[in-house]
Design a protein around this ligand. Sequence first.
Ligand code: ARG
Length: 584
Amino acid sequence: MTSIAQKLSDIIGGVFEAQGLPAELGLVRVSDRPDLAQFQCNGAMAAAKQAKKNPREIAQIIVEALSSNDIFSKIEIAGPGFINLNVTDTFLEGYLESSENFGVDATDEQRKVILDYGGPNIAKAMHAGHLRPAIIGDALRRIMAFKGFEVLGDIHLGDWGTHMGMLIGDYIREGEEGLVLNANAQDPETVQKLMDDFSVRYPKASIAAKADEALMTEARAITVKLQDKEAPYYPIWEKIREVSIEGMKQTYGQLGVHFDLWKGEADVHDYIAPMVDDLKAKELAYMSNGACVVDVVTEEDNKEIPPLIIYKSDGAVLYGTTDMATIVERMKLYEPSRIIYIVDQRQSLHFEQVFRAVKKAGITNDNTELTFAGFGTMNGTDGKPFKTRDGGVLRLEDLIAMAKEKADKRLSEVNLADDIKEDEYNDIALKVAIAAIKFADLQNQRQSNYIFDLDRLTSFEGKTGPYLLYQTVRIKSLLRKAKDQGINFEEKEITIQEQDRALALLLGEFSDALNLSIQHYAPHHLCEYIYKLAQAFSSFYANCHILSEEDTAIQASRLKLCQKTALQLETALGLLGIFVPERM
Ligand code: ARG
């Protein structure tokens, strides 16, 4: 099963092929002029160019070949050779009755896909900047899994650098390492206390080390000992990592963001030395100005691509080195067909260098796809990167709390059912807050910056998460009412009337939106679809009788359309990591 447009593309592609023309030219799209036709195919123009013929002539041949096909209620040539198409209601009804999985067909790509998102550093408080990778990465994970990919989401923690040496050094100097070593990482209160401690201690240690060369040297020395797994450095580090992960799990848990792998830079430490040996043996890595580097520039480059630094004279490995070694490990353990990085756009050069070095070294296979899916900045209403009122970094948990407070206020403005108890209410408020945050982010093109405006994004009107939840809940409550009234519609057939057609056609577009989101690693296509579907439902609801419809066949058919709409909305929102409450 596929989308309606895809089904039509297959049919018309076949007709092009029978005429000795490329099947791809038979591509059918949903018409951008719904007043003229439901679908359009523009292939005759390109075909005419190739065959050096008149496009209308080619369109005529295609149209004639299609005329015996009974799924079209209209086939017309317009302008220079556009083919405009409508399908019959019978076809549409058959499609809706028989489509499984909302018309999404499974991918035939069987191998694993790794998504690298999140990337927080341990022992640091998570902040607003960690929101975008988590939301986008988790949505892509869900979307690709729905399409049948075997997806692994990896958090790729920053857990192995000099920042660890600074923090551990501070604990030892203050004689307070016991605070960490004896901590119970399973106790939420201890975790909270230590996370607060890290967030004061780390910046203090970092400022001190930057101001005092001796402290910096000490931090580096500790980092080396840590990386050699020496006590007490390594056990302190292990506990810091464990506590940090517990802290992160709380925050990601609130956001509903999931990771399959909780690996980090430290995990690939042992891959580095053999990898560097191999790079040297292949004469790809060489010493330059005291650093070991790999050239990654090519003749086609028209901008400067500096070499990737593998290690510096003090022996410290760099960010690029761990990213390369991570690919070594991923190829060895998982053999993914694709690795996709959902990371701040500003790191694009870094990944370009890493990908080139990795390919030169033959670490991946010829057909392994390495993709940098960068994202833009989340700005405040002043258009500048999002900050607290006093200009500080906003903690992620505070941001969630702010959104929840706003959601609370919004909910007090709508009429909730009277019998909602506190637990259910809190669950609804969190779902509304998360829907607001996520939809505000995901509806933008991944690469663009966007403005995080709590007032706007929590509104129950407009292109917002709460609006979509509200619409979905409304349809679900309508369906409940129908059941309560004993209306039995599920066994009945869909029979499409004039007022139902736009909604019915849109239900057949789900798979196109999903495929586009995967093709470009861009959930906004799915957002666009969800919003269109919610709006189409609104017009449908306003323009026709449902529960009050007297013709029972039409009533049942409309209820079935409502049910399909609710299911599609709920499923699609779920793929964005947005969950619909039972009622609100
Ligand atoms: N920890 C990094 C940072 O704070 C982000 C990690 C992104 N992922 C990666 N594989 N490099 O900037």
